[in-house]
Design a protein around this ligand. Structure first.
Ligand code: 9D3
Length: 253
């Protein structure tokens, strides 16, 4: 079975968008994955196909109606559909690489994109949708977030990337940012490549890259650095130290 993404959105023209180009686009053409984007407005109410209404309790903006969302979902998701239902919302928990890895192994996803102030809370609860955000910045809607989430999953599907995949995957799992990269020319606009990279000393190159990766992580991403340090401490803790081992096993980064 091919990995199947269904997107419910008011802007189906935003799909596949950038996922129609590059490796994901090639894989889409080759049938390695499938994408269906459906317009929620097709399930809207009345002559104007209304999908939203004013919020109970007052306040600014509009809320997407639960009946409309429920009808749209019923139309595009069979009762026995095993795919996780994800609602893209700034109120969601942050997307992680572990999510992408888990979802890439499954049959696909059903993605619900909100506009306006979002969905009526009752339809989120009744459907059991998983609420996911892609970061702490304000987007115009869930669609660009859905594209990001899909990209993260697609590059993990067998055959989508050039094959180098899983070994390279370890580098983010290792918990450090990457070291900086250089190529020819060895000197450019008065800037030299770090001499160690031209030395042929592979031990020294490995050490330099490790140092640069640690420096970058420490200064740019103190959150990742703290997680990396506790991982490193856990790795060095004696297995005989039972208390330490148990505490470490349950405390993921
Ligand atoms: C900032 C306060 N609000 C608007 C007056 C709430 C709001 C609702 C909906 C803000 C943005 C949006 C649209 N964004 C998404 O639907 C969204 C999103 C995001 O904005 N950032 C990160 N991840 C996501 S996932 C969906």
């Amino acid at each position: 079975m091919t990995w199947h993404a269904t997107v419910l959105t008011l802007f189906p023209a935003m799909f596949p968008g950038p996922l129609g180009a590059s490796l994901a686009g090639r894989a889409l053409e080759e049938g390695l994955w499938r994408l269906d984007a459906h317009d929620i407005r097709e399930h809207g109410l009345g002559r104007h196909r209304n999908v939203d209404d004013t919020p109970f309790g007052g306040g600014a903006g509009m809320v997407m109606r639960p009946d409309v969302i429920d009808t749209a979902l019923a139309a595009h998701r069979a009762p026995d559909d095993a795919r996780p239902l994800i609602y893209l919302t700034p109120r969601g928990r942050l997307l992680t690489q572990a999510d992408a890895a888990r979802w890439a192994k499954g049959p696909g996803l059903v993605l619900l994109c909100g506009r306006y102030e979002g969905l009526d809370q009752r339809v989120i609860e009744s459907t059991g949708a998983e609420e996911v955000s892609v970061g702490d910045y304000v987007l115009s809607g869930g669609e660009p977030a859905a594209l990001v989430l899909l990209d993260a999953c697609l590059r993990l599907l067998p055959g989508v990337m050039g094959g180098a995949g899983s070994a390279e995957e370890e580098s983010f799992t290792d918990g450090l940012l990457e070291y900086p990269h250089y190529t020819r020319p060895a000197e450019w606009q008065g800037r030299a490549v770090p001499p160690v990279l031209l030395s042929g000393d592979h031990g020294a190159i490995r050490d330099w890259r490790r140092d640069r990766a640690e420096d970058a992580t420490r200064t740019r991403r103190p959150d990742l650095w703290a997680a990396h340090l506790s991982q490193r401490m856990a790795g060095r803790r004696s297995p005989a130290d039972a208390t330490g081992s148990v505490a470490t096993a349950s405390a993921g980064p």
